[in-house]
Design a protein around this ligand. Structure first.
Ligand code: PEP
Ligand code: MN
Length: 331
């Protein structure tokens, strides 16, 4: 149950209500909100006088639910808005920051192509300790330089809580990776900031678990959350993961958060990325996250799935009419 309290209730009394209802206290734009476990569905007579509005939620998907807010939330990254209903935002760039030359080449290409948000990881959550782990803080410095020089917005990932503050400092969007979806150190740090957060679905999580992870960020006080479907693990081995477009339909129907699809990590091979990206745009998603690299064969991570610039440009051209057909514009 989400309760909006009446204005002007003093702090001591709110603390008592929190205790009585076993609630989490949230403040959004001056509104005092209490979120109880969803199993509580009634307001008692003692609490009633302080209540302005009550929203009953079926499950612990509460602040993110359409039962609470039927309209999609908007997350603004400067002048780029996710969740606007008529725009789909392209985010593209390499899996990893590898060198100054590489990241400059990508940035220059993206600016010329009209892409506003560049992705590139510095702290890489690799499966093997013997694979490239990312340029870490040096990579963040390079991203900060690129942002200033090319005017691009930056999305970059956080791997663990030790560097979350440094990433929040440099990034315009903090990417919480699939393997970090359950990391409460990261979720808490993101909830204490007002930075937009792109939360990727863990490849082993249900939709309920995924959105509940988003609830940790929302209920901690940060409303700037974007959900990202990036493929889940199934019995299938021919592709890296399985892109859950049913899940995307569910998220569109039952949550109020902007939804992004990452086809690159889902299929794991460049050949399938354009078709999946087009399918996602046809579903009316709020954004795409796509890996592109000046020379994918030489990429230090995720080489098989990154598009080269020619492939990316061809994909971009093909997306505009599809976006238009569903009442949107690619930006
Ligand atoms: C990435 O975006 O490069 C990445 C590691 O993604 P994921 O967390 O989805 O595996
Ligand atoms: Mn990658």
């Amino acid at each position: 149950m989400v309760i909006h309290l009446k204005k002007g209730i003093d702090d001591g009394l709110i603390s008592e209500l929190v205790r009585e209802l076993s609630a989490v206290r949230v403040r959004f734009n001056g509104t005092q909100i209490l979120v109880t476990p969803s199993a509580i569905k009634n307001v008692s007579a003692t609490v009633e006088p302080y209540v302005d509005e009550v929203f009953i939620c079926n499950t612990d998907i509460q602040l993110a639910s359409t039962e609470y807010r039927p309209e999609r939330r908007q997350v603004a990254v400067g002048d780029v808005v996710f969740g606007s209903q008529n725009q789909t935002v392209m985010m593209a760039g390499p899996c990893s920051v590898e060198s100054e030359d590489q990241i400059n080449a990508v940035a220059e290409y993206l600016v010329n192509t009209g892409v506003r948000i560049m992705r590139a990881g510095c702290f890489k959550p690799r499966t093997s300790p013997y694979s490239f782990q990312g340029l870490r803080y040096e990579g963040l410095d390079l991203l900060a330089k690129v942002r200033d020089r090319f005017g691009l917005y930056i999305i970059t990932e956080v791997k663990d809580a030790t560097h979350v503050d440094a990433v929040i400092e440099v990034a315009d969007i903090v990417q919480v990776g699939a393997k970090a979806m359950y990391d409460h150190g990261i979720l808490t740090a993101c909830s204490n900031s007002q930075k937009p957060v792109l939360l990727k679905r863990s490849f082993g999580s249900t939709l309920q678990e995924f959105v509940q992870a988003a609830e940790f960020i929302l209920s901690g006080g940060n409303e700037q959350v974007i959900l990202c479907e990036r493929g889940i693990r199934t019995f299938e081995h021919k592709t890296r993961f399985t892109l859950d477009l049913c899940g995307v339909a569910y998220l569109k129907q039952y949550t109020n958060l902007p939804i992004v699809v990452d086809p690159s990590h889902a299929i794991g091979f460049a050949y399938g990325v354009p078709d999946l990206a087009r399918a996602a745009v046809a579903m009316g998603v709020d954004g795409l996250l796509i890996e592109a690299h000046p020379n994918p064969r030489l990429a230090l991570s995720d080489a098989s799935q990154q598009l080269d610039f020619q492939q990316f440009s061809a994909l971009s051209r093909s997306l505009s009419p599809i976006a238009k057909a569903v009442g949107r514009q690619m930006i």
